[in-house]
Design a protein around this ligand. Structure first.
Ligand code: ZN
Length: 676
């Protein structure tokens, strides 16, 4: 039987009668992205009376493909899987529809379950399979701020390990909203690529999966790119949000713009107060340890601010300011008598403000511990549950100098289900209380992004396990409204990066990929797609010159957490502090465009020296380029603007000549005489 074809002026899509994708060609370039045809197009995981997991693949059952006008419909009337006693066929129908829409193919999956013994747990569809980009292409994956993997068919996972030990490590898979910060990914070369997006504004938990298929030889290896949905569907019908797969011309920037155009339909980045927009960085210190020890008291807060202010940083973050200590007795946040009591905390916050500083108070917004008052009252009900019915907990043990804690403690932070009114009320109430203490900024840890777990507590208000975090933006917005009602100058911050999850926040402290230099880090991916969001560095533990220089170019605000949040910046060597001070002076002197403008990656410029790391910024009135020389040798500043306008390069010691010294940083601003 012949294959089914959809074609318009942009692309050609072909599906076999057996329901496999055999061709996806960009007609402008002639590139067919399906290089290994005939691989599976979908996969389903079913739960039955016996097993949480039963694998359904196309090989187990018949299907039908029909052409209905401008679309193809693949129907699997009854799903079947292999159980220990043979093939079991269940009354679950799956339908996968694809239509062309300009240069994109749009895929919609529907499932109808008529079998009360069955729950549809996972749906992998469409699996864009058999993709084998040329070796000079890369995979762009939105893990945290961004990950770029060169030649993914060769570099994703370890072929040797796979075969020797049967260990499958050959995938990238993260949850959105979780460590996946956006709902798009793709493979791109310099001129074209393949864009994949789950157009799903529901905030339901979705997995972004990129997997390497191993052929008999490396030449037969290919990629599978897929969004995995978790309907948790018992009897009834479920329809997935559309998945867009678009082979198009342009590099990854074109993919980023395509995603942003879709995201603009439902995501609106916040407008931070001016002091956050111009924020060069902040300093974080723990006042009380998880295991009880006091590191500082409230009377030390002005000293902590003075230490930060010495290098030009005015915002101090206070962690462990409550009696339980950091990452303990959550969410019981009351002032600590041993640290100086409520009056002492308020008085010292005021002292910082009078000295020109600002104070941010820490609040964990997604996790609790069993030893809190809140847990005793609500913990059992509010806890997220895994598929086994256990509380979903993360382990955070702060060891201190001991061996007993790291070797014998598992300090559990139990994830609260954000759908629960008790938790939502607790968080808005805590926000109110922290504002009453006089804080300039409230830190709602983790509310913006990670985690994005599924919750299997059937007593919770969410209809499906994948909807545990759909209230995360609204909860953040409720807290934001409280702060902004008190004063528009008050700010809200969070941890992790997520396009939708960051809407309630003025800035975020990231964790993971993309905020470091080199390797597979590619923070450009999120920075370019959502340049409005203000992101800090990861923990700066001490005199980390290279990371500070990298941050200046990427626009990551400096997050000093010296000695892993245990000391103010005054504990770094004086020469580093002097250097940091000069850098921050340079940055704030050129706040427009480097702090206030828009990160545009390499738009408008060309860097002719690949040893340099350079990024461009644009504001209404200015264009500028930030550059760092990460090498140990001086490097020619061979950077030109596309319109030929001259740049004046300024470093921390004034104008920079034709060479940028080793580890040097410079800002190039368009010369006024050049017509800017
Ligand atoms: Zn729940």
């Amino acid at each position: 039987m012949s294959n089914f074809v959809l074609q318009n002026e942009h692309l050609r899509l072909e599906m076999s009668a057996e329901g496999a994708l055999t061709e996806l060609t960009c007609l402008a370039t002639g590139t067919n992205h399906v290089r290994v045809p005939g691989l599976d197009l979908w996969r389903v995981i079913l739960q039955d009376e016996v097993s949480l997991v039963n694998l359904v693949t196309p090989a187990n059952q018949p299907c039908e493909v029909v052409q209905e006008g401008e679309r193809l419909v693949l129907t699997v009337p009854r799903l079947a899987y292999r159980a220990h006693d043979g093939l079991r066929i269940v009354e679950v129908t799956m339908r996968l529809t694809v239509a062309l829409d300009g240069d994109a193919s749009r895929w919609v999956t529907e499932v109808e379950n008529r079998d009360p013994a069955i729950r549809v747990m996972e749906v992998w569809a469409p699996m864009i399979n058999g993709v084998r980009p040329p070796a000079d292409w890369a995979l762009y994956y939105p893990q945290d701020c961004g990950l770029r993997m060169a030649d993914p068919v060769s570099n994703l996972g370890d072929r040797g390990q796979m075969f020797r030990f049967g260990v499958t490590n050959a995938y990238l898979r993260e949850l959105y909203p979780g460590k996946a910060s956006m709902q798009w990914m793709g493979v791109y070369g310099a001129q074209e690529g393949l864009y994949c997006c789950s157009e799903d504004p529901s905030l339901q938990t979705t997995c972004l999966n990129v997997e390497r298929n191993f052929g008999e030889t490396p030449a037969g290896d290919s990629l599978q790119i897929c969004f995995i949905k978790y309907p948790g569907q018992r009897v009834g019908r479920w329809t997935a949000a559309p998945v867009v797969v678009a082979p198009h011309t342009g590099d990854w920037h074109a993919g980023a713009m395509r995603y942003r155009a879709w995201a603009d339909g439902w995501i609106t980045p916040s407008t931070p107060p001016a002091w956050v927009q111009g924020l060069p960085g902040l300093q974080d210190t723990i006042l009380r340890e998880q295991y009880g020890a006091l590191v500082y008291s409230y009377d030390d807060i002005p000293m902590l601010h003075d230490a930060a202010a010495e290098v030009g940083i005015e915002l101090v973050k206070l962690t462990g300011w409550h009696p339980g200590g950091h990452d303990n007795r959550y969410p019981d946040y009351v002032p600590d008598e041993a640290q100086g009591g409520r009056a002492g905390l308020m008085e010292n916050i005021r002292a910082v403000q009078q000295a020109g500083g600002k104070v941010m108070l820490y609040l964990q917004a997604t996790q609790m511990t069993r030893n809190s008052e809140f847990y005793r009252e609500h913990g059992e009900q509010v806890s997220m549950r895994d598929p086994y019915g256990d509380e979903l907990a993360d382990t955070f043990t702060w060891p201190g100098p001991s061996t007993l804690l790291p070797l014998s403690a598992q300090h559990r932070l139990i994830n609260a289900c954000l759908s629960m009114p008790e938790w939502q009320q607790a968080m808005t109430q805590r926000t109110r209380e922290l504002l009453e203490l006089g804080a300039d900024c409230i830190y709602l840890d983790r509310l913006a992004g990670y985690p994005g777990y599924l919750c299997f507590n059937d007593d919770h208000p969410h209809a499906r396990p994948c909807e545990a975090y759909v209230d995360r933006v609204q909860l953040g917005m409720d807290c934001r409204a409280l702060a902004k009602a008190a004063s528009p100058e008050l700010a809200l911050a969070s941890e992790y990066i997520n396009d939708a999850g960051l809407q309630p926040f003025d800035f975020t402290i990231p964790y993971g990929f993309g905020v470091h230099y080199g390797g597979r880090n590619f923070g450009e991916l999120f920075r370019y797609t959502f340049p409005e969001y203000i992101i800090t560095t990861q923990y700066l533990n001490g005199a980390e010159y290279e990371r500070v220089h990298f941050a200046l170019v990427m626009g990551f605000r400096l997050f000093f957490a010296v000695n892993w949040q245990h000391a103010p910046i005054s504990h770094t060597p004086p020469e580093f502090r002097a250097h940091a001070c000069k850098l921050i002076d340079l940055w704030t002197a050129h706040a427009d465009p480097f702090l206030l403008g828009r990160f545009v990656d390499t738009e408008g410029m060309h860097c002719n020296n690949s040893a340099l790391f350079a990024k461009a910024y644009r504001s209404e009135d200015r264009y500028g380029i930030a550059v760092w020389n990460p090498t140990p040798e001086p490097q020619p500043l061979a950077i030109t603007t596309n319109d030929g306008r001259r740049l004046d390069w300024v470093g921390i010691d004034g104008l920079v000549g034709e060479n940028l010294p080793a580890q040097g940083v410079a800002f190039g601003v368009i010369s006024r005489e050049g017509g800017a």
